[in-house]
Design a protein around this ligand. Structure first.
Ligand code: NAP
Length: 239
């Protein structure tokens, strides 16, 4: 069934550039979905506060989920971390710091699987259910030709393994579920801004373009597609 006809609740985790664009687009194309944004920057009433680095925040998030009156149909994690004012992706081994590695893993690997744990009891086995999370092509170990960005790469690779494992467990528990890791392409967002100079203009997507590619992919998936790492152009990325 096309995403336009899905009925129930969609949770968009992460209120960044891709996350906000995705929430707006889903509200526009899927009027039967209640789209709820979950993150630290709440723009409207249909939002739940969630700090992915805070255990108590996950507990409060679960309490909110227990109050939902419609079934959960779609959860899409768009959160992620690459850099901050104090932390930059490592160019070489000497740049590695324990605290920076932990920050990347907390948001890019541990948070997505804890989101899955929090939502699990609200999935209805008799309904089609889509769980997607934004990974990144640089998380592919076999595609790593140029090195660098140790923590970001490794944390996305860890996310891939955690959600691949999840897809196997949920295939048994929820035969109508699909778990997908997605690479959005290089998009013009806060996260990529400092690293766009080497990207050709026609390869730098707007968030609107990336969102349409991603929604088309999840809209066409079947349960047999679960456990894949897919790029914006539908190509399967090797682990
Ligand atoms: N843009 C690209 O070219 C590109 C390419 C490949 C993959 N990706 C992936 O796509 C995803 C979305 O990135 P984006 O480009 O849209 O970047 P973005 O605008 O920086 O969005 C990332 C969001 O993650 C949220 N986040 C980080 N830590 C959090 C926390 N502790 N609790 C709650 N939310 C938290 C941030 O929230 P705050 O605003 O509250 O900090 C931010 O809004 C990321 O996973 C990224 O790795 C992006």
């Amino acid at each position: 069934m096309k995403i336009q006809n899905w009925e129930g609740v969609a949770l968009i985790i992460g209120t960044g550039d891709i996350g906000n664009c995705l929430s707006d687009y889903l509200k526009f194309i899927s009027p039967k979905l209640d789209v709820i944004t979950c993150g630290r920057d709440l723009r409207n009433q249909n939002s739940i506060f969630l700090d992915l680095e805070d255990e108590d925040s996950f507990k409060a998030f679960e309490t909110h989920l227990s109050l939902l009156s419609k079934p959960l149909r779609l959860v899409f994690n768009t959160s992620g971390f690459l850099h901050s004012n104090y932390i930059k992706p490592e160019k070489r081994l000497s740049h590695l710091k324990r605290s920076n590695i932990i920050k990347n893993f907390t948001i890019n690997s541990i948070a997505p699987i804890l989101i899955a744990k929090s939502i699990e009891k609200y999935i209805k086995p008799e309904l089609f259910f889509s769980f997607s999370s934004l990974s990144a092509r640089v998380g592919s170990i076999s595609d790593n030709k140029i090195g660098g960005w140790y923590s970001y790469r490794a944390s996305k690779a860890a996310q891939n393994q955690l959600l691949k494992t999840l897809s196997i467990e949920w295939r048994r528990k929820f035969p109508l579920s699909v778990v997908t890791l997605l690479h959005p392409g290089t998009c013009d967002t806060k996260l990529s801004k400092p690293y766009q100079s080497s990207v050709p203009k026609d390869k730098l997507f707007t968030t609107e373009t990336a969102t349409k590619y991603l929604v088309n992919i999840i809209s066409e998936q079947k349960p047999s597609d679960t456990g894949k790492f897919i790029a914006w152009d539908r190509s399967v990325i090797p682990w």
